[in-house]
Design a protein around this ligand. Structure first.
Ligand SMILES: *[C@@H]1O[C@H](CO)[C@@H](O)[C@H](O)[C@H]1NC(C)=O
Length: 414
């Protein structure tokens, strides 16, 4: 026993020694190259490691699990992740109007479990002044961005200053999803309506030539998700912990399609009603049966990842049934089943059984008031209402994404 303790102690000393050496060497290298001093790895007492703070910025408009995954990767490069959310004005000036407001985008970013702090109204370009503010006021050690180029309207690199200062780190963009891709899928859900307007047709053309398969018999609007769900990605997004023995388990189910601020705030309210929030993600077939043949827009694995990234969620059921059965309540020891007031389909179809009948009978069903009047349809309507602006914005994006997928090579790493 004593010997083990002694060995453990020596191990710690060795590690600390190596860290001090690394810090010293990094400092020397920084001086030689004339770079800003690199972050101290050791605090003054020489015992505790200083927390490495990393910064990532973005528009986070129509946030999806690809964004969440980037934030997860960024967080892994440090101990604390600070996220800058670009202001509405700056997005408008650089890319065209955002679909989601600053407030909605901030709710989404703050909800991601790997995010520690948010800086609102961040600039699109990290100029020298803002960069120094990050280093001094926000104690940022590194600025992180994906491997996709981020160019300013004049063609220059938005991260040039951070790179020059030697405080830039890159993550790999790996997920096969983008906002352009999602808008393309949204258009499919109105394509088959008989009263299709010229606006729909024009939007359809805009978004449909992304990376759809030209030879596909399904036609020009067909979009194939590039995302292939792997068990590793699901593990990375999971908390990996079950409920404590005495935990009150709250169950909430739904489609959670185009995961948005309304979902986040309802999940927050649901979590507050117990200790462990279990979320049932309805299967694609169930969503389709209730909302129409082109729904859901995101498939069940994509929807599950978005929900898993949310800090209020403890676990998800990937492909939950429509009906919350008595058996399910027992299996998961569910002590409360909740449903939001603002849901896409609250009315039951004629003759349909009430999915919450068992919960109601057991006296464990509760309706919670949705804090925000927002549904998946709200987002689809916004896209249509502002179609001219989005058309412009996506003309460029579709091209650069085509290029990205065309020249994409294998990347190693998470
Ligand atoms: C089931 O949940 C209740 C809370 O509703 C809790 O008190 C109980 O310990 C749980 N049962 C088990 C076996 O964990």
């Amino acid at each position: 026993m004593g010997q083990r303790d002694w060995q453990g102690g020596e191990g710690v000393v060795k590690v600390l020694g190596a860290m001090a050496m690394a810090a010293a060497m990094a400092g020397v290298a920084g001086q030689i190259l004339g770079l800003s001093p690199l972050p101290d790895l050791l605090q003054k007492n020489g015992k505790k490691k200083k927390k490495v703070r990393v910064y990532m910025d973005g528009c986070f408009d129509m946030m999806h699990y690809g964004h969440a995954n980037a934030l997860r990767q960024a967080r892994a490069l440090g101990d604390e992740l600070v996220v800058g959310v670009v202001s509405d004005e700056e997005i408008k000036a650089n890319k065209g109007p955002p679909v989601m407001s600053m407030d909605e985008r901030v709710v989404m970013v703050k909800s991601v479990k790997w995010v520690d702090e948010v800086i609102e109204d961040a600039p699109y370009e990290i100029n020298e002044e803002f960069m120094n503010k990050l280093f001094t006021d926000h104690k940022i050690d590194y600025i992180i961005h994906g491997d996709d180029p981020c160019l300013l309207p004049d063609g220059s690199d938005a991260y040039a200053h951070a790179k020059k200062a030697g405080r830039y780190k890159q993550i790999k963009r790996t997920e096969g999803v983008s906002s352009t891709d999602i808008v393309g899928r949204m258009l499919l859900c109105v394509r088959d309506r008989p009263n299709e307007t010229p606006v729909h047709a024009s939007l359809q053309r805009q978004f449909s030539h992304g990376h759809s398969d030209k030879g596909s018999s399904a036609g020009a609007g067909t979009r194939v998700s590039h995302f292939l769900p792997t068990s590793r990605r699901i593990v990375q997004f999971s908390n990996g912990k079950g409920p404590r023995p005495d935990a009150r388990i709250v169950y909430m189910d739904g489609a959670f399609d185009l995961f948005h601020a309304g979902h986040v705030e309802t999940l927050k309210a649901a979590k507050a009603m117990g200790d462990f929030l279990l979320v049932g993600i309805h299967s694609d077939q169930i969503v389709s049966a209730h909302r129409g043949p082109n729904h859901p827009i995101m498939h069940v694995h994509e929807r599950s990842l978005s929900v898993l990234a949310c800090r209020y969620v403890d676990e998800v059921i990937i492909g939950a049934p429509w009906e919350v059965s008595k058996d399910m309540i027992t299996t998961f020891n569910i002590s409360m089943v909740v449903h939001g007031t603002c849901a896409e389909v609250n009315d039951l179809k004629n003759g349909e059984i009430d999915p919450y009948a068992a919960a109601k009978e057991a006296g464990i069903f509760e309706v919670i008031k949705s804090p925000r009047d927002m549904t998946t349809s709200t987002i689809i309507r916004r896209i249509f209402a502002n179609h001219e602006a989005y058309k412009k914005r996506n003309e460029k994006k579709v091209k650069s994404e085509e290029q990205y997928y065309h020249s994409k090579t294998y990347v190693n790493g998470d």
